[in-house]
Write a protein of this length. Structure first.
Length: 514
C-alpha cells in the first residue's frame, strides 16, 4: 500500500499548546507518526507573551515524545538557557548579554562542547575564547575577528578564514587553509555562482546546476516541501519535515526512507543524526537551519543578504537595515530569541507565530493563489506560522521598494517556481485596498507555484494596520461602502468614522461627507 504523508495541525487554545506533526495517512498502524513535534507555552515556565517554554519531538515509529528542550528567558525576552527534557543532552545554557544586547557568555553540552566568552569593540565581535578544551563547536582557545570599514568581517579566527566582499557587502572570496571559495552575484545581489575546490554550483532561482567540465548539469530543484534531485538521469523527489522555525528536521523519499535527520542547538548549530559524515550529509541536503543553505567548505549559512555563524550565534556582516532596527546591535540574530523569531533573509526579524503588519516600504511575496486571495482580500498578510507554511521563498530582489499600481504593473507571464515580489509603497497599499479584483489577477498568475506569503521588512517605518471587523467603542456603528480606499462606518447620529491605516485607530470625518 502506498504511504501518503499529510500535515495534521492540532491547536488547543485552552491549554495554549500547538502541536504539529506529519503522520502517515495510509499505513497499517496510523497511530505511529513519521515525525512529531509540539510546542508548550504553559509547562515549565508559564509565558503569556508568546515565548515558548518547551519544545518536544519524536521520530519515526515512536508513539510518544522522546526528546525535548525547555527554555528560560530574561526580562527582555532574550534566551538565557535551554535544558534537556526526556534525557536530551544537547543544550545551550549560561547565556548572558552585555548592555548593547550582544552575547557575553554561552555554554554548550552534548554533541558540541563549548564554554564561550565574547569580547567586543563597539558592537563588533573581536574575540571568542573557548575554555572547554574541546574543538567540538567553536575551537578551543582564542579566536580573533577583524572587520573592514563597512563593518564586514574579514577575519574569522574560528575557521582561520579571510574574506573579501563586493560593493554590495556580499562575500566575494572566502579563503580557508589555502583554498579559496568564490561567489558571483548580479547587480541586484542575487547569487548565481559558488565555486569551491571540489565543485562549482550555479543558481537560477530554484534551480541549481553543477558545472562538470564545460557542461552545466541540473543537480537540484528547490520545491515547496523539499527538493527534486537528479539521480540516474531522473528527478527523485525528497521531502522536508520542518519545525515551527522552518528548520529541516527530516528528509525522506517516496518510499518513506529517511535520508537525513537533524537536530539543532537553539542558535542554529546543526546536529547530524543520520550517522553520515558532514561531507556526505551536505550532499543529501544542504538546506538545514531555517532551511538556509549550508556553504560547502566554510560552514556559513547563506540567508541572502548576510551569512550567519551558528556556532557563535551572530552575523558576519552588519544589518543592512540598521537604521530601521536601531534598537538592536547590528550583528545579533533574531533579537537573541531564536526559539520564537527567525530572520528569513538576513534583513529583519520575523515571528514564527504572529501575523505580520504591513509597513510602507515592505516587500510582499505572494505565491499560492488561494491563500493570497483570502488573506490580502481583507487587506492583511497572514503570517502563517512556520508549521503551516508550505514552502520557503527562493528569490529576493534587494532594494526593490518601488510601488505598484495594480494589475497593469504585474507581468503577464512568470517563470515557474519563482515567487513574485510586490513592493508596497503608497500606491501599493492603495492596490491592497482595491480588494479582490487586484488580488485575483495576482493569484491567477501565481496558481500552482505553492509558496505562501512572506513580508520582508522595508526601510520605512510607517505602519499599515488592518481595520477591525467590529469597531471597538462604537457598537452601534454601521459599516458603509469605502470611499477613497478608506474603510468607513456611520454612527446612529449620522457621524462618519474612518479607519486610519497608519495609526491603527478610528477617526471622525470632520466634513461628514458620505
Amino acid at each position: 500500500m502506498e504511504t501518503i504523508y499529510g500535515l495534521q495541525l492540532d491547536i488547543q487554545w485552552v491549554s495554549a499548546t500547538v502541536a504539529c506533526r506529519l503522520v502517515p495517512m495510509q499505513i497499517a498502524d496510523p497511530d505511529l507518526p513519521f515525525f512529531g513535534f509540539g510546542l508548550n507555552y504553559a509547562n515549565g515556565g508559564n509565558y503569556s507573551n508568546g515565548n515558548i517554554s518547551q519544545m518536544q519531538w519524536l521520530n519515526k515509529d515512536e508513539a510518544a515524545f522522546t526528546k525535548g528542550l525547555g527554555f528560560n528567558y530574561d526580562g527582555a525576552n532574550r534566551l538565557t538557557a535551554s535544558a534537556g527534557l526526556l534525557g536530551y543532552v544537547d543544550t545551550e545554557s549560561g547565556i548572558t548579554y552585555d548592555k548593547n544586547g550582544s552575547i557575553k557568555t554561552l555554554a554548550r553540552a552534548g554533541a558540541a562542547v563549548d564554554n564561550l566568552g565574547y569580547a567586543y569593540v563597539g558592537n563588533r565581535l573581536s574575540a571568542v575564547t573557548d575554555a572547554s578544551g574541546s574543538n567540538l563547536g567553536v575551537k578551543s582557545g582564542v579566536s580573533n575577528y577583524a572587520y573592514d570599514g563597512n563593518g564586514n568581517m574579514v577575519t574569522d579566527g574560528n575557521r582561520s578564514a579571510t574574506l573579501t566582499y563586493n560593493y554590495l557587502n556580499l562575500p566575494k572570496t572566502v579563503t580557508i587553509a589555502g583554498k579559496t571559495l568564490t561567489y558571483d552575484y548580479d547587480a541586484a545581489g542575487t547569487k548565481h555562482k559558488y565555486v569551491t575546490d571540489t565543485l562549482t554550483l550555479k543558481y537560477a532561482g530554484a534551480f541549481e546546476y553543477r558545472e562538470v567540465g564545460a557542461v552545466n548539469a541540473l543537480y537540484r530543484v528547490g520545491l515547496s516541501e523539499g527538493q527534486a534531485v537528479l539521480k540516474a538521469g531522473k528527478l527523485a523527489f525528497e521531502y522536508y519535515l520542518k519545525d515551527h522555525l522552518g528548520n529541516v528536521r527530516v528528509v525522506f523519499n517516496n518510499d518513506g526512507e529517511t535520508l537525513q535527520r537533524s537536530d539543532y542547538y537553539p542558535f542554529g548549530l546543526s546536529i547530524n543524526r543520520d550517522g553520515a559524515l558532514p561531507k556526505v550529509q551536505n550532499w543529501v541536503n544542504r538546506y538545514l537551519y531555517n532551511e538556509k543553505e549550508l556553504q560547502v567548505g566554510s560552514g556559513y549559512l547563506d540567508y541572502g543578504a548576510r551569512m550567519y555563524m551558528p556556532e557563535v550565534g551572530r552575523w558576519g556582516v552588519v544589518d543592512p537595515m540598521t537604521e530601521k532596527n536601531n534598537d538592536q546591535a547590528g550583528y545579533t540574530y533574531a533579537i537573541n530569541n531564536p526559539i520564537l523569531y527567525t530572520d528569513p533573509f538576513g534583513l529583519d526579524t520575523s515571528s514564527a507565530n504572529a501575523n505580520k503588519p504591513v509597513h510602507q516600504g515592505d516587500v510582499i511575496v505572494f505565491d499560492n493563489g488561494s491563500r493570497a486571495t483570502q488573506s490580502v482580500g481583507e487587506a492583511t498578510v497572514s503570517g502563517h506560522g512556520r508549521n503551516d507554511q508550505s514552502a520557503s521563498v527562493t528569490m529576493l530582489i534587494p532594494g526593490a521598494f518601488s510601488p505598484i499600481f495594480g494589475p497593469s504593473s504585474i507581468p503577464t507571464t512568470m517563470p515557474r517556481a519563482l515567487p513574485l515580489l510586490i513592493p508596497v509603497g503608497y500606491a501599493g497599499v492603495d492596490a491592497y485596498l482595491r480588494g479582490p479584483s487586484v488580488i485575483e489577477d495576482i493569484a491567477r498568475l501565481l496558481e500552482g507555484m505553492g509558496v505562501d506569503s512572506e513580508v520582508l521588512r522595508g526601510p520605512e517605518v510607517l505602519d499599515y494596520n488592518s481595520p477591525p471587523k467590529t469597531l471597538p467603542g462604537f457598537p452601534d456603528a454601521k459599516k458603509v461602502p469605502s470611499k477613497d480606499q478608506r474603510t468607513r462606518w456611520v454612527t446612529p447620529d449620522g457621524k462618519i468614522l474612518e479607519w486610519d491605516y497608519q495609526r491603527g485607530e478610528v477617526r471622525f470625518n470632520r466634513r461628514n461627507i458620505v
